[in-house]
Ligand binder design. Sequence first.
Ligand code: NIG
Ligand code: FE
Length: 421
Amino acid sequence: ETGTGIDLLVHNIGTLVTMAGKAAARKGAEMSELSMVSNGAVAISEGKIVAVGPEDKVRAQLGNAAIAEQFDAGGRLVTPGLVDPHTHLVHGGSREHELALKLKGSTYLEILAQGGGILCTVRATRQATEEELYAKARRSLDIMLLHGVTTVEAKSGYGLTLQDELKQLRVTRSLNESHPVDMVSTFMGAHMVPEEYKGRSDEFVELLIRLMLPEVKRLNLAEFCDVFCEHGVFTVEQSERILVAAKALGFGLKIHADEIEPMGGAELAGRIGCVSAEHLLAASDEGLEAMERAGVIAVCLPATSFNLRLTRHARARKMIEFGLPVALSTDYNPGSSPTESIQLVMTLACLNLGMTPEEVMTAVTINAAYAIGRGDSIGSLEVGKLGDLVIFEANNLAYLPYHFGINHVNAVIKRGKVVVS
Ligand code: NIG
Ligand code: FE
């Protein structure tokens, strides 16, 4: 018996994907081993799961404990709340004018080198007030929640001055406090060298290390530090300096690595022990092996390669073969991936990366949770974890990526509260 009153009992679950298993990111073949229950139920008390499994067993376990509210899942598919572990949620403006440039054949790095791309969003973000940034980000966060996402990582990196970076990070903190979705904050001052430091990138790196990182730490506004390691942005050597300094201050490390050119970013992620490395389209075999040895999670972003019209995709099959844990994310941002839909990402991961629906589910739940340091509290439905659940208008897992481009969510439960229905 649980001994406490039950706030919410979710019952009549046709297929319950619990993702229960070892307390670590799932690697290689483990990514296909989902724990599934037919005719399941989940009991939640004070925001946390107190019983989960076959409905008859859960009810027996609850005995005659008081149940405040029951939610009938109607025989549907229920999974852990989805986790989006890589977004650039907080920013000003939008960049639909880049679509015409793309259609004429301009590449992402060409648009950036001409002062557009990220730099365009930096101008819009600097101009925006904190309230404007909050209102825009909140609308996107609402969309994510409607699509089944209950935890979101958000990066700064469109301010590139101390004040404008702090402005973005404070918006993430306010969202965490005022919106049902839980936020994980990442400082990404090393997203781009700002125009005023053009040709003086080492000086900007010094500014990041000496001023910005310590101040973000002092104000406790971010848990992770991320760097865009790419030709024309930050070199491997600069990325290493920034990330090593961040590590010394106690930040967890992330890196946008080998997105477009093979630079040795994956190797760096392994060498300095990043929690995750993202993109990885051009990552070498040696880089992937270095990541595997160091336990770095590979975060693949198939909506980005789709939207950039790249013919190459992240080698998810190779990563899984190498025994790497793979996670998936929208990379939601106004340039390379203007979509909040993790469900679209799930389809693209199947069709363009060759992942199976089981691997995809692992990648958007437990592995995504570990990629943002939350594997102990979310990502699976197990006793003691948060009561974050999605009820899908589907009765099996393959239906989600198969029937694409629409929202399959029937209801969302966050910390034991029905927040979408
Ligand atoms: O993850 N690659 C760098 N940063 C983002 C894109 C940001 C932008 O284009 O505004 C990304 O793709
Ligand atoms: Fe990104």
